[in-house]
Design a binder for this molecule. Structure first.
Ligand SMILES: [Zn+2]
Length: 311
């Protein structure tokens, strides 16, 4: 079955009035998936909390402690966009724990793939610094966890969020064992993500950025995406695939937006699944990153989930 990892704890991360990354994103999604019947086709599980040691696979203890202390002392802002509220530490350790929960079930062979419906998102969080609505880098922690606990050597992270995942890039920039592939609008927040940023030292060639102009249409997007998966990824031969699933490439997204339609999320998912079938027994864990269109985000997520079912 396809797993859905979710907990109401994610609604407690309070970003304040008018913030685009708010609890309604998840509330609306849960409500819609229940009414459309999609919820009943999923195996829904609650996430465990990631331990400080697990989060420490990516983030230094001092940073983890700062987030915890900030939450315990009435909260505060990490940058102009990124807030830590009283419940944010608890939400964030569960957001980081969600892919770990999914990984454990998938590695046991109970399920083939899963989606983590979480917030706060993660891909902008660098090892030492939270930013861009992100506190802990959920997908980076998951990749490290797969290597440490399950001794997998090669992990692929596919990031189709409209923003470049600078935090994930930073975490693995020197590392040839984690292939990071990002498609994103450029120039755009957070400013990184040029093609020339392709890794360093042993990691050279294991960081693939595909910057796209705002006028990139879905056909072209899918063509580039397919080319990278078929050429570069098939060469890499991943043992597990993690998706940073941002739905802010959707054409009506209020803060991102490329030109993607709802159905395109199904197509992108199928392309990744084909690669996963070929290389790693279909094993995929997908984590929610961005996606801010409050009424259509649930439909975009449903298109992603319906593709994941087809195994
Ligand atoms: Zn984004």
């Amino acid at each position: 079955m396809t797993l859905l990892i979710y907990d109401n704890i994610f609604l407690q991360h309070d970003t304040g009035y008018g913030h685009p990354e708010n609890a309604k994103r998840l509330e609306n999604t849960v409500k819609y998936l229940r009414s459309s019947g999609c919820w009943d086709e999923l195996r829904v599980e609650r996430p465990r909390a990631a331990s400080v040691k697990e989060i420490g696979l990516v983030h230094p203890q001092t940073y983890i402690e700062t987030i915890k202390q900030t939450a315990n002392t009435c909260g505060g802002w990490l940058d102009g966009d990124t807030i830590v509220s009283g419940a944010s530490y608890d939400a964030a350790v569960h957001a980081a724990g969600a892919p770990l929960t999914a990984i454990d079930l998938i590695m046991k062979g109970e399920d083939k793939n899963g989606f983590c419906l979480v917030r706060p998102p993660g891909h902008h969080a660098t090892p030492a610094r939270g930013m861009g609505f992100c506190l802990f880098n959920n997908v980076a922690i998951a990749a490290k966890y797969l290597q440490l606990k399950y001794h997998l050597e090669k992990i692929l992270i596919v990031d189709w969020d409209v923003h470049h995942g600078n935090g994930t890039q930073d975490a693995f920039y020197n590392d040839p064992t984690v292939l990071y592939f990002s498609m994103h609008r450029y120039p755009f927040y957070p400013g990184s993500g040029r093609k020339e940023e392709d890794g360093q030292g042993k990691g050279k060639g294991f960081n693939i950025n595909m910057p796209l102009s705002l006028d990139t249409m879905p056909d072209r997007y899918i063509e580039i995406f397919t080319d990278v998966i078929e050429q570069r990824v098939n060469q890499f031969v991943p043992e597990f695939i993690i998706i940073s699933a941002g739905f802010d490439i959707y054409k009506k997204d209020p803060i991102g937006g490329l030109n993607m339609e709802i159905k395109d999320f199904g197509t992108l998912t199928e392309i990744v699944m084909k690669s996963a079938e070929r290389h790693c027994n279909g094993r995929i864990v997908s984590c929610l990153e961005g996606g801010y269109h409050l009424s259509d985000l649930p439909l975009c997520i449903e298109a992603h989930l319906k593709a994941l079912f087809q195994v």
